[in-house]
Write a protein that binds this ligand. Structure first.
Ligand SMILES: [Zn+2]
Length: 149
């Protein structure tokens, strides 16, 4: 019998959950843990919050072409508004003021995702890159706003 993949859980793992949006790899969870996982993409304990933040920041930097911008380490120092360099860039990608709330971030993400998405957008050159950048920025801000909740 397959057990729930959540660390320390010994219930049957009957519910598949994709490890990442574009992956065929799956975790198998019990009903309690699959619903927790679906509520929170980085719920799985195999990745600490610090690792999740670092991965999101790396992905965003790569997507946004910031490799040589001199922003190193997660987030960088926070300025007086409590917004780090990377978060500021992520807000800029979403065309929002730094510090905009979760509601604004979600609304803007949905609007821009539609504009850039390969299936629904206008297919303009570079829109695929823009979509990747947008997704990466959204991950950054979800982590930030999740941390405040
Ligand atoms: Zn479980």
């Amino acid at each position: 019998m397959r057990l729930c993949d959540y660390q320390g859980c010994d219930k049957p793992g009957e519910y598949p959950a994709p490890k990442s949006p574009h992956s065929d790899d799956k975790w198998w969870f019990c009903v309690e843990h699959v619903s927790a996982y679906n509520r929170n993409w980085n719920f799985f304990t195999g990745m600490s919050k610090a690792e999740a933040e670092k991965r999101a920041a790396d992905d965003f930097r790569e997507a946004a072409g910031f490799q040589n911008s001199g922003i190193y380490g997660w987030g960088g120092p926070e300025d007086r508004d409590g917004v780090s360099d990377v978060e500021r860039q992520a807000y800029a990608v979403l065309e929002l003021e730094p510090g905009a709330d979760e509601h604004a971030v979600r609304r803007q993400y949905r609007r821009l995702a539609k504009k850039y998405h390969p299936d629904t957008g206008d297919g303009a050159e570079g829109s695929e890159d823009a979509f990747h950048r947008l997704r990466a920025a959204y991950e950054i801000l979800k982590l930030r706003l999740g941390a405040q909740a």
